[in-house]
Design a protein around this ligand. Structure first.
Ligand SMILES: Cc1cc2nc3c(=O)[nH]c(=O)nc-3n(C[C@H](O)[C@H](O)[C@H](O)COP(=O)(O)OP(=O)(O)OC[C@H]3O[C@@H](n4cnc5c(N)ncnc54)[C@H](O)[C@@H]3O)c2cc1C
Length: 500
């Protein structure tokens, strides 16, 4: 009880000590933009809205919640005025666990939560979506309309971050990355201009924003292609015991390679290991229609111990999936990209998981530790479609299939950051170790020799070199665009995330 009281008082004291910044004071004195001060209910609520408690532990000097692109422009101009050099952060759903990407300490936070339009135009099959939405908000707003954009798979995730770094969707094998389906970005540039970028207008900016993150401006809306969807789809979860690992990995391999046979089917297969409990495989299964036929037969033949798949609305599935976005923990996330092995070399997929398990177990003394690794198929048909739609900075070779790993370590954030370094080090060991394994398997011929294996930034760790893994010519192109739209490096020097 006493301990709890001390923690509570410490948290309050740290909020109370936040100094009101120049930007916050100027915005408050000269505009009607919504501004929340530390200790106000709206501030506490919004700053709690991060997936990782390590991000919530940072305390912005104020939270600005603009409702229009014009208000965002005013904020940008204020941040530039009169020698103001304050750093700031832009937040959508707050699901990036990387500290200072969408979170900040002692400086203003721009929350997009009130840029939350969802406007369907069924005639043109497009939907305009504000970055302040979560994917469940979008699905609920469109529920029953017969249309959906290509978006996130867990309802709680934000629109802004997912769209700007690629976006893997249950609909990706049919329509490419989520970003492949952006028709227009409305974006506030470094000089405060409200610009539109599409294939016909500011095309270089449009292209650079396909995977370029927050390097070019603050997006105030996305115009997205909308696709017909039944009022009910077939979806749920399979759960497997860990002794089925080899069969599951073989089935994931075959499922990925044979995507052309079942383009409407999708999986995310994750093994989860709470270190003091038993490990289990959790597989999200989705079919864009009501009858999956035998698309999941190979998995069902393995014998899941639970199978919740049923007909339901897309919105209710995305909402139900929120159980996977557990709050109340600190997170470290990391990724790697492996070519898909041939059937005869499926042992490669086992090796990754065995290495992951061995590394995660070194954290047994960390409070509340839970480790997970997800195998996410990125099939060649997804990449082919992405290219047909104009391509992106990732520019992955569409002649190959891939698996993208999402690796998470969650733990309880104790005072004085006792476990932070230990968990960060373990995550670094995980992503560098997986890369070394991939390189080794390419060298010994167990994997196809693909020189270009970019990182999927949505699952990336801040210690990973996102831009270093983009092709040099694509990176140079993005850099040229950044220099054109932000010549004095306003976003580059004053916001977090990977900088081109
Ligand atoms: C539980 C969970 C499930 C996930 N599921 C998926 C999935 O199905 N598919 C997938 O692809 N990824 C998934 N991810 C990864 C996710 O896409 C990334 O974490 C993404 O960054 C989250 O977006 P956000 O808007 O919530 O992030 P935020 O943390 O709010 O922002 C992330 C980054 O984007 C920038 N940003 C956000 N909005 C804007 C804007 N309007 N203008 C400029 N910059 C902006 C921020 O500054 C920050 O750098 C998942 C993550 C979690 C934790």
């Amino acid at each position: 009880m006493t301990k709890k009281l001390i923690f509570g008082l410490t948290a309050l004291a740290s909020i109370a000590s936040v100094v009101v910044s120049d930007t916050c004071r100027t915005i408050q004195d000269t505009t009607a933009i919504e501004l929340d001060h530390p200790l106000s209910t709206d501030y506490l609520t919004e700053n709690f809205e991060y997936w990782s408690t390590a991000c919530s532990a940072l305390k912005p000097s104020c939270i600005l919640s603009p409702t229009t692109a014009e208000e965002v422009s005013t904020i940008v101009k204020t941040l530039r005025a009169n020698g103001n050099t304050e750093k700031f952060a832009i937040k959508s759903g707050g699901h990036s666990p990387n500290k200072y990407f969408a979170s900040i300490d002692g400086s203003p936070l721009i929350s997009t939560r009130k840029l939350n339009e969802v406007n369907l135009d069924a005639a043109s099959q497009t939907v305009r979506v504000g970055p302040g939405n979560r994917w469940v908000d979008v699905a609920k707003a469109l529920d029953g309309s017969g249309y959906t954009p290509v978006g996130g798979r867990i309802g709680d995730v934000g629109v802004g971050g997912l769209m700007l770094y690629g976006g893997l969707s249950f609909l990706s094998a049919q329509n490419g990355w989520a970003m492949s389906n952006v028709l227009e970005y409305e974006v506030v540039l470094a000089n405060g201009t409200i610009a539109k970028a599409s294939k016909d207008h500011n095309k270089d900016l449009f292209d650079a924003m396909h995977g370029g993150g927050n390097n070019f401006g603050i997006v105030t809306s996305f115009l997205l292609q909308a696709y017909p969807i039944d009022n009910e789809i077939w979806a749920g979860y399979f759960i497997f015991t860990p002794d089925k690992q080899s069969q599951i990995l073989a089935a994931i391999r075959d499922f990925t390679e044979n995507y052309d046979d079942h383009p409407k089917a999708a999986i995310i297969s994750t093994t989860v290991m709470p270190l003091d409990l038993v490990e289990a495989w959790l597989m999200f299964v989705f079919y864009d229609g009501q009858d999956p036929g035998d698309a999941f037969k190979q998995f069902l033949d393995i014998g899941p111990i639970a199978n919740t798949a049923k007909k339901q609305s897309y919105a209710s599935y995305l909402e139900a999936n929120n159980f996977a976005a557990i709050r109340g923990f600190s997170y470290e996330m990391g990724t790697e990209t492996t070519p898909l092995p041939a059937k005869t070399d499926v042992y490669v997929l086992d090796s990754y998981i065995n290495f992951w398990r061995k590394t995660a177990k070194t954290l047994f003394a960390t409070a509340g530790i839970i480790a997970s690794i997800a195998y996410q198929p990125v099939p060649k048909r997804q990449l082919r479609i992405a290219k047909e739609k104009g391509g992106d900075l990732l520019d992955m070779d569409e002649n190959y299939d891939y698996i993208v790993f999402e690796m998470n370590l969650s733990y309880i954030n104790l005072p004085f950051d006792w476990d932070d370094k230990r968990v960060q080090d373990a995550m670094k060991t995980l992503y560098t170790g997986q890369k070394a394994l991939i390189d080794g398997f390419i060298k010994n011929g167990s994997l196809p020799s693909i020189p270009h294996l970019p990182l999927f930034a949505n699952d990336g760790n801040q210690g990973q070199d996102y831009w270093g893994r983009i092709k040099p010519e694509k990176r140079a192109f993005a850099k040229k665009v950044q220099e054109l739209v932000d010549p004095d490096n306003f976003f580059r020097s004053r916001t977090g995330s990977w900088k081109v």
